[in-house]
Every structure is written in C-alpha cells, then in structure tokens.
Write a protein that binds this ligand. Structure first.
Ligand code: NAP
Ligand code: MG
Length: 403
C-alpha cells in the first residue's frame, strides 16, 4: 500500500441515522481513513442531535456546504408522529433534505450505478439515466376545491402594483366537480434549468427536457422557453463539452427513454420527476444502487445515497441478528464527494482514488460478492450473500492490493 493521499480542501460530512449510520462508520474506518488524509467538517444530523440543537445543526451543515462547496450526507430520519414518540422529540422537525435543499436552492439528481451482473429490467439501458426533478410548485403547492353544484370557476390575478385585475373563465359548472389552481415562479424554473445545465456540463452528458407545451401553451410553454433561454447562454460550453440539448414532448421523451441506451440527464417537471424517478429506479434494479446529488445553480454539491435509513434492517441489528444491507450507494456518495473535491482542487490523484474505489466496488459485485438485495436479481445467479460488514471488508481487501 502506498502513502496516504492528501485531500487539499475540507469536505462537509453529515452523519445520519439507523442502519446507514452503522454502515457510514464502517465506510469511513475501512475505505476512507486508511487511504486518505482529509479534513472532514463533521455535523451530526442523527435524530437525537438534531433535536438537542433544535435542528440548528442542519442549518449549520447547509451553510458549511455553501462555504466549502462539497458535502457528503448519510441518510437521516424524517420524523413522523411515530418517530416523535420513539425519540421523544421536542417537535416533528422538518426533513433535513428539504432544509438543505432550500438553503442551497438546489436540484436533486438521481443516478443509478451500473453493474454487469445486475441487469436492468429494460434491455436497451446500458448507461445510467439520470433524473433531475424540479422540486418546487405545480401540484405540490396547489389550491384545490371540490364544488358540489353549478357555478362559475375563474382564474383571477390582482397586480400588487395596482391596475386592473385579470380574470379568465376556468369552467362554467352545470353540476358538481373539482378545481385546482397551481403555480410556479420564473426564479425557481430558472434555477432548476441552471442546475441541470451545470450538472450536464460537469458530467458531460446530453440534457433532455420534456413538457406538454402542445396542450399547455402558456404554463408548460413557459418552462420550455426558460430552458431554451438558459441553454442558449451556454451554447459554447455545450459545444466544448461535446453534448447536446433536446427539447421533446413529455410523451415522446417517455417513449424515447425506453429505447435509449442511457447516458443522458433527463430534466423533469415536478410531477414527471416524482413518477419517472421511481420508474427508472426500479428499472435499474435496487434502491441500494441509486445515488443522489444535490447541485446548486452556483456549483455547490451534496452527495448521498437515494435510499433511506433502512429501518427494518436496523431493528434486526439491534436484536443482534446479522444484516445484509447494501452499502454501494453510500460508498458512491463518498467517492462522488471526493472526486468533486479533487476536481475543484485540481488534484487528479484524489479523483483517481475515488475512481479506483468505484471500480473496486463494481468488481467486487461482478466477482459474485454482494448483499442479499442484489443476490436476488443477479445474473448469473449467486448462491451466497455477504453480510453488511463482510461486503465492505471485501472491498477494503481488494482496495489495499490495488493502491
Ligand atoms: P428505506 O430506508 O429506503 O428502506 C425501504 C426498504 O428498501 C428496506 O426495508 C429494504 O427492503 C430496502 N432497502 C433500502 N435501502 C437498502 C439498502 N441499502 N440495502 C438493502 N435494502 C435496502 O425506506 P424506509 O424504510 O421507508 O425509511 C426509513 C427512514 O428513512 C425513514 O425514517 C425515512 O424518513 C428515511 N428516509 C431518508 C431519506 C434520506 O435521508 N435521503 C430518504 C428516504 C427515507 P427490505 O426490508 O425488503 O430488505
Ligand atoms: Mg415518487
């Protein structure tokens, strides 16, 4: 084993909850600390510490990402009523991911990890399909009303600066029905477009955007125009990166994606992203192979696994039973952060280390060492699965030989 690699600038580390917190420690102890010298700015976003600090620790962590540009986050509990009781919480704190996303004004990109013996359900898919979901507005911030008889529904806009109201008829009801008002803001759509462009340029992948502007000429047309304007500002950068922008009708995009080999970022409006990200995730195999990165329009990055804290496995672990929890997406969160750090710092040896870890993880699975979730879908079949810690140990052994 060669000398440790020095990481020039700090990375913001956010610890989390349950089974992922257990894996987090293994990953650090076995795959990170033995090989790199790194200044980690540590924030404990574990449920108890968030409660103790009145969630200030989450805000501090988000601000630290703003300062240092790169963060890596373990999965965390988003408390519901049952968690308030379980942890005796002062209140039902907000989702840490939502808090961090709103402070960074970022967009979340989900990317599957491709492994040869874990074939996707869709045969055409050879490379990752990355989904970027706009996470503001539309039906997620709607106002709805059930009407129980005849009447008039109108769309009214009252300018704050004074002047005439704008009134449009929505429908003249002859009987009962239902109405919904939705909105979005130019600022949010523009940030979303810019984050997608930033990601496409950074990963050198084509950018697709689909909407239904034939039917919704103004609402969906507005999204299409904002995207076109923002992409237009970066024509030179797209050419230099050798990538293209494609606008399509959403139904065309869906049809094309099933026949495509992948390798693109698919930017989706809020609802499309909600639905399509689950389709793509299940099409690629396991939640344990899905990574997620939050990118702000000004180029701050937060990496994590797309799955949760794997509570069911944690309770088995607490009972003293062996677990077989997949750490691949959490390991890739670390290597994603390290690679980005190396890129920003201009330290190719750090980027190379991150790539070596990725390759080692993939080879370990390709050699038939994998956790139970993957064993169930592997081809050719494997007959034995690795326990949580055994898998990470197998990767560490291989890594020692390669470095
Ligand atoms: P989850 O943690 O994603 O797990 C759901 C199920 O998916 C697991 O029970 C397991 O199935 C399978 N699974 C997920 N990740 C796996 C992995 N790495 N290896 C093997 N199997 C895996 O979702 P949840 O149980 O609904 O949520 C638990 C907690 O996570 C909640 O408190 C929620 O708020 C939080 N959460 C956090 C984030 C985040 O921080 N980004 C995201 C989502 C949820 P089997 O039980 O069949 O083995
Ligand atoms: Mg969904």
């Amino acid at each position: 084993m060669a000398a440790k690699i020095t990481v020039k600038s700090p990375i913001v580390e956010m610890d989390g909850d349950e089974m992922t917190r257990i894996m987090w420690q293994f990953i650090k102890d076995k795959l990170i600390y033995p090989f790199v010298d790194i200044d980690l700015k540590y924030f404990d976003l574990g449920m108890r510490h968030r409660d103790e600090t009145d969630d200030q620790v989450t805000i501090d962590a988000a601000n630290a990402i703003k300062e240092y540009d790169v963060g890596v986050k373990c999965a965390t509990i988003t408390p519901n009523a049952a968690r308030v009781t379980e942890y005796n919480l002062k209140q039902q704190w907000k989702s840490p991911n939502a808090t961090i996303r709103s402070i960074l004004d970022g967009t979340v990109f989900r990317k599957p990890i491709i492994i040869k013996n874990i074939p996707p359900a869709v045969r055409a898919w050879k490379k990752p399909i990355i989904i970027g979901r706009h996470a503001y507005g539309d039906i997620y911030k709607s106002t709805e009303m059930v009407v129980d008889g005849p009447g008039t529904a109108e769309l009214v806009f009252t300018p704050s600066a004074g002047g005439e109201k704008k009134v449009l008829a929505v429908h003249q009801f002859k009987g009962a029905g239902v109405i919904m008002g939705i909105h979005n803001t130019e600022k949010s759509i523009r940030s979303f477009a810019r984050s997608c462009i930033q990601y496409s340029l950074s990963e050198k992948c084509d950018l697709w955007f689909g909407a239904k502007d034939t039917i919704s000429k103004q609402y969906h047309g507005f999204f299409r125009d904002v995207f076109a304007q923002e992409v237009g500002k970066e024509t030179g950068a797209f050419q230099k990166a050798g990538i293209n922008y494609r606008y399509m009708l959403i139904d065309d995009a869906v049809a094309q994606i099933m026949k495509a080999e992948g390798g693109m970022l698919w930017a989706c409006m809020n609802y499309d992203g909600d639905v399509m990200s689950d389709m793509v995730a299940s099409g690629f195999g396991s939640l344990g192979l899905m990574t997620s990165v939050l990118v702000s329009p000004d180029g701050k990055y937060e990496f994590e696994a797309a799955h949760g804290t794997v509570m069911r496995h944690y309770y088995e672990h607490l009972k003293g039973n062996p677990t077989s929890t997949n750490s691949v997406a959490s390991i890739f969160a670390w290597t994603g952060a390290l690679a980005k750090r190396g890129e920003i710092d201009n330290t190719p040896e750090v980027v190379k280390f991150a790539q070596t870890v990725d390759q080692t993880v993939i080879e370990t699975v390709e050699n038939g060492i994998m956790t139970k979730d993957l064993m169930l879908i592997a081809e050719p079949k494997v007959t034995k699965y690795a326990l949580t810690e055994e898998f990470i140990d197998a990767v560490a052994e291989k890594l020692k030989k390669r470095l």
